[in-house]
Design a protein around this ligand. Structure first.
Ligand code: GAL
Ligand code: ZN
Length: 662
């Protein structure tokens, strides 16, 4: 288990560095991340590098006993580069180019930007790649941050056409895959194809989905150029990047594939404010916080899901590359943070699978965009709340070390697929139908039962999970069907949700009876589907304990062929939930969008059959995580909570943690 901090030596006089480094060590930090925005200072004029200050900074920090993570500074090209080559600028869907003065204002498909990026990365790699004081590398910073994952420039238009040629081979195949006969979209020359910019009214969802895939692949390949250079020059030191939790615009599984491990930037009072509207039922999202939670802790369910997704990227322990340690500056309310809260966030991250925490940032900046953002030190260099909180970890160090070595073993997997997410984002049909929102019903239900869950991509090995939940696997093909079939043949229980198998992977509706490619596996067909207006629902008839109607929001009636029927709608009697024996396992299809209570009833039913353990009812605001032999209880409310565990009452104070060895 290690702790560290993000530091910007270029923001402070050189004479201050030794004192900062000494204070970091005194606080018990071992890692410092530097340089990810320092391109202009490293290459003040084209091809002329100034290493002197970075040499000095590395020297000072390492002499104090700190390991160094170097960032590649490609997120912020210098003004000379931007001005000499305006074609590197990112163009938004309205055709407007970004300008210098911020970050992420570049296009990943600009050959010029790529060339300059490779040059600076090679130069830094050659300078520091074999330096024993550097323990690893962060590539760029928050790819896609600030809504920049998709660029609509001419470079992208050309690269998109190449990408399409590689994917479809012929124009005929592309025209078929997109259904371009509709509204005379038919392309007769590759050159006619452009990105789906905002100049197109009512876009073709197949065209847009491919553009989203292409944009994601563009960052994968942009990042890979840096990975390749650093693999060559950094002599086995780790390479990673900092992801953004529930960020949706890049396929994070693809991005993580060639990295050594995943990290994410955890801002618990900011991120949930952005993500809650995507996760809670409409209306409930209006509040930026749940009143049951303490006002400065954020939303632990939301933060927990982001931890789980990041852990799922490599199915391995991860880092928090930037951990909020006081107030932030970019959300709506930016509440002040009280003593105990940063500590709670750190415990939460470790409980959910982190093994390294790097705080953002060392000292609050005196200038520029982030003046109102806190650090471990205040503007005047005196300790702030996060600093004081961190001191508490000194006493817990052995426990933390042991905890961070423990694996997280989850008996339940939830399938997570970015293309499914994008397809439903493009055509929710019912406006508030969201991929994440549906997934969140299952996630929170499992959390409230204390059952650990992993988020797994379609490419993962499903066999470790006795129960695999696909809230919706909307895009399906024969390959996925056969993989899921193998999983169930070998004893897995697969729970499929509404809208599964509705479409092909190119975002056309299947011409087979629903659920399309998954039909044989399900042993039943979907005979009708519909969205329901709010407050309308159908009653249910079922022997599954505690599963009650009304079933609303989205309904599908099923007709079982080889499956058995576990629930029906009344009146009418159409099947609402089916179960199909497949080899040693089975496939359930849930024909309606469950409420939390309905999901809970069904999951308890399955958990009981599968012999999974769950915890006594967790009160809202008390989070339980399991890591190795430990159960970690975290109280995110203002009140102490007493909770029964292993036959005794465990008292967890407000914004405090209890770690119990089973
Ligand atoms: C992150 C970013 C940092 C800093 C921070 C402020 O998204 O990576 O550079 O801007 O937010 O909260
Ligand atoms: Zn572009």
């Amino acid at each position: 288990m290690k702790f560290g901090v993000c530091y910007y030596p270029e923001h402070w006089p050189q004479t201050r560095w030794p004192q900062d480094a000494r204070m970091m060590r005194e606080l018990g930090l071992e890692i410092v991340r530097i340089a990810e925005f320092a391109w202009a200072k490293l290459e003040p004029t084209p091809g002329q590098y100034d290493w002197s200050w970075l040499d000095e900074a590395i020297g000072v920090l390492a002499a104090a006993g700190l390991e160094i993570i170097l960032g590649t500074p490609t997120v912020t090209p210098p003004a000379w580069l931007t001005r000499a080559y305006p074609e590197i600028l990112r163009v938004d869907a309205n055709g407007r180019a970004r300008d210098h003065g911020t970050r992420r204002h570049t296009c990943p498909n600009s050959p010029t930007y790529r060339q300059f990026s490779r040059q600076i990365v090679r130069a830094i790699g050659e300078r520091y790649g074999s330096d024993p004081r550097i323990s690893g590398w962060q590539i760029d910073n928050e790819f896609g941050g600030g809504g920049t994952a998709r660029c609509y420039c001419e470079n992208c238009a050309a690269a998109f056409r190449d990408w399409l040629q590689a994917r479809y081979g012929t124009l005929a195949a592309l025209n078929d895959a997109w259904g371009t006969i509709f509204w005379s979209q038919t392309y007769t020359d590759w050159a006619q194809i452009r990105p789906p910019s905002d100049h197109i009214d009512k876009k073709n969802p197949s065209h847009v989905l491919d553009y989203y895939r292409f944009a994601s692949d563009s960052f994968v390949s942009y990042q890979q150029e840096q990975v390749d250079i650093l693999r060559e020059l950094a002599h086995g030191r780790f390479i990673t990047t900092n992801f953004m939790g529930l960020y949706r615009d890049l396929d994070q599984f693809d991005m993580a594939e060639t990295l050594d491990f995943a990290t994410w930037d955890n801002y618990p009072t900011g991120n949930p404010e952005r993500w809650r509207p995507l996760l809670y039922p409409p209306g409930a999202d209006a509040k930026t916080n749940n009143p049951l939670y303490a006002y400065d802790v954020g939303d632990p369910m939301v933060t927990g899901l982001a931890h789980a997704l990041t852990r799922g990227l490599k199915n391995a322990p991860f880092w928090i590359m930037e951990q909020q340690c006081g107030h932030i500056n970019w959300a709506q309310f930016n509440p002040g943070i009280r003593p105990g809260t940063p500590r709670l966030w750190t415990w939460h991250a470790i409980a959910e699978g982190a093994d390294t925490i790097v705080y953002f940032r060392w000292r609050a900046t005196l200038f520029a965009q982030e003046q109102y953002h806190s650090g471990l030190l205040r503007h005047d260099a005196t300790p702030d709340v996060g600093y004081h909180d961190h001191l508490t970890f000194q006493a817990d160090r052995d426990l933390l070390d042991d905890l961070a070595r423990q694996p997280i073993t989850a008996p339940v997997g939830i399938l997570f697929d970015f293309a499914d997410l994008w397809a439903l984002q493009l055509q929710p049909h019912r406006q508030d139908f969201g991929y994440l929102r549906l997934l969140y019903v299952y996630y929170t239900t499992l959390q409230r039962l204390g059952i650990p869950v992993n988020l797994v991509p379609k490419t993962a090995d499903f066999t470790p999970y006795p129960l695999l939940i696909a809230p919706t696997t909307h895009l399906a093909d024969a390959q996925l069907a056969s993989k899921l079939n193998d999983y169930t043949q070998n004893g897995g229980t697969l729970l499929l949700g509404v809208r599964s198998g509705f479409k092909t992977t190119s975002n056309l509706v299947t011409d087979e009876p629903l659920p399309g490619a998954l039909r044989k596996l399900v042993g039943a067909t979907v005979t009708s589907w519909q969205a329901l207006p709010p407050d309308v629902g159908w009653e249910l008839e079922t022997a599954v304990p505690h599963l009650h109607g009304p079933a609303g929001y989205w309904l599908e009636t099923l007709n079982a062929q080889t499956a058995s029927v576990l629930a029906t709608y009344k009146p009418g009697g159409a099947a609402a939930l089916t179960e199909h024996k497949v080899g040693n396992g089975r496939v359930l299809y849930l024909g309606f969008y469950p409420t939390n209570e309905q999901a809970r009833a069904l999951l308890l039913h399955l958990a009981g059959q599968l012999g999974l353990n769950w915890l006594p009812d967790l009160p809202e605001g008390l989070v339980a995580a399991q890591r190795g032999p430990y159960t970690i209880l975290l109280n995110f409310t203002e009140q102490p909570i007493s909770y029964p565990l292993n036959g005794q009452a465990v008292l967890v104070n407000s914004r405090d943690v209890a770690v119990i060895r089973r």
